[in-house]
Design a protein around this ligand. Structure first.
Ligand SMILES: [Zn+2]
Length: 413
């Protein structure tokens, strides 16, 4: 039988490209022929692609795939994906992706109130590049006013808590507005409220001021983020797609939730990805019991009082065509509609609960509500005791976050 060393070099390189990149340095030590076979950049191109889904090195030149694998991806490749920062009660959404010659982390803010169908507002948070001259990896913070500056980005794998991503700015003085803190606050409020177009109400402004000061305070600490796993779109899902949604949260503006189906499609949970001082991020905001559907007439929706009395399921579950059908929908006269362009019909309706709490998540409680399905990408929630209606619309941005082979073999998925 021919030994490995007798194989033609191209074939040897091809075979070696099946080995994990972390094993290749050991192979190099065996002999010169193997070392030469590993040195072929095609081997490293395959590893970049298979382990980190890194395909194009456009913008990274003159770096080779070997450079990119060993200096960038081996350390930072698993940063690519969706993360939830843990910033006080506010949470958030960070999307890290490959771009021309860099890995970029974007802070994804919900659209401004009341436009739940609007796009997310993406702002660069950090970047990771390879300096063409020194060959060193550079980590830059993109916040503040002085252009990109130094930061530390650290990926931690804790056996108990799992993977976390930490970002710490090393030049915080560049986050200070040249016009002072008051100017920074006013500009920020303007940005969050669409330039006074829909000028903030007193309570909204108060909440924005609190948020501004908390964010300012917390930037002195590392920004710690944990991975967000998006649910798969299974064939059994017929009501509403699971995934990320934007919804109206009154004075708190628009917040992001992650909608998932629980059990054998018995319940729906909406977990907060962004939060507020009342109900913070990572708490369950709304639930719906799919075993308690209802079909209501228009008259039954005249007032919240009448709605609140509809208690028993009037349709037995079993055959879902029973309750998934076009039916009248209207917002009761005594209910606040923050969306104002609500459809006149819905596709299904269920009993559910919504989480409310005092400032600082004090006295949290679940109040009855109705979960209303309009189509695959839109649903509503009537908070009965609050007499208010929130509209939720699916986040339409696509995130390239297919798990890499490396993450699967490391058991992170
Ligand atoms: Zn910074």
């Amino acid at each position: 039988m021919a030994s490995l060393k007798e194989l033609p070099p191209e074939l040897l390189s091809y075979l070696l490209s099946y080995l994990p990149g972390t094993e290749l340095p050991k192979v190099c030590k065996v002999c010169r022929k193997l070392r030469d076979a590993v040195a072929v950049d095609l081997v490293w191109q395959t590893r970049c692609n298979v382990e980190y889904r890194f395909v194009s090195k456009q913008g990274w030149e003159p770096a080779s795939f070997y450079d990119i694998y060993t200096k960038v991806l081996h350390k930072y490749g698993s940063v690519v994906g969706l993360w939830q920062p843990h910033i006080g009660p506010y949470g958030g959404l960070t999307y890290v992706k490959y771009e021309r010659g860099q890995i970029v982390g974007y802070d994804c803010q919900p659209p401004r109130e009341p436009d739940v169908k609007g796009p997310l507002r993406l702002k660069p948070l950090f970047s990771i590049t390879l300096n063409g001259e020194s060959g060193e990896v550079e980590q830059k913070c993109h916040k503040g006013y002085g252009g990109p500056h130094k930061c530390n980005i650290l990926l931690k794998a804790n056996p108990l808590e799992g993977l976390s991503l930490e970002m710490k700015c090393l030049e915080l003085h560049l986050h200070q507005h040249p016009g002072g803190r008051e100017t920074a606050l006013e500009e920020w409020i303007l940005e969050e409220t669409d330039g006074g177009h829909h000028g903030p109400m007193f309570h909204e402004r108060e909440l924005l001021i609190i948020k501004f000061h908390i964010l300012m305070q917390l930037q002195h600490h590392a920004n710690v983020m944990t991975p967000i796993k998006l649910p798969c779109l299974g064939p059994a899902v017929k009501l509403v797609d699971p995934g990320l949604y934007k919804g109206n949260y009154g004075s708190h503006g628009i917040e992001l939730i992650l909608l998932t189906y629980q059990g054998q499609f018995q319940e729906v949970h909406g977990m907060k990805i962004t939060g507020d001082p009342n109900v913070p991020a990572s708490e369950i905001s709304i639930t719906a019991d799919l075993r308690r559907p209802m079909i209501l007439t228009e008259d039954q929706q005249d007032s919240v009082e009448v709605l609140g009395e509809i208690d028993t399921p009037d349709i037995l579950p079993g055959n879902e065509t029973n309750f998934v059908r076009e039916q009248p929908f209207k917002i009761p006269q005594d209910c606040i509609d923050r969306y104002r362009r609500t459809p006149k019909t819905c596709r299904a309706r269920f009993h559910g609960f919504g989480r409310i709490a005092g400032h600082g998540y004090t006295n949290p409680s679940s109040i009855p509500g109705h979960w209303i399905v309009f189509d695959e990408h839109n649903f509503g929630f009537i908070w009965l005791d609050l007499r208010s209606f929130s509209m939720f619309s699916k986040v339409t941005e696509t995130f390239d976050i297919q798990p890499s082979a490396a993450a699967i073999t490391r058991g992170q998925i």
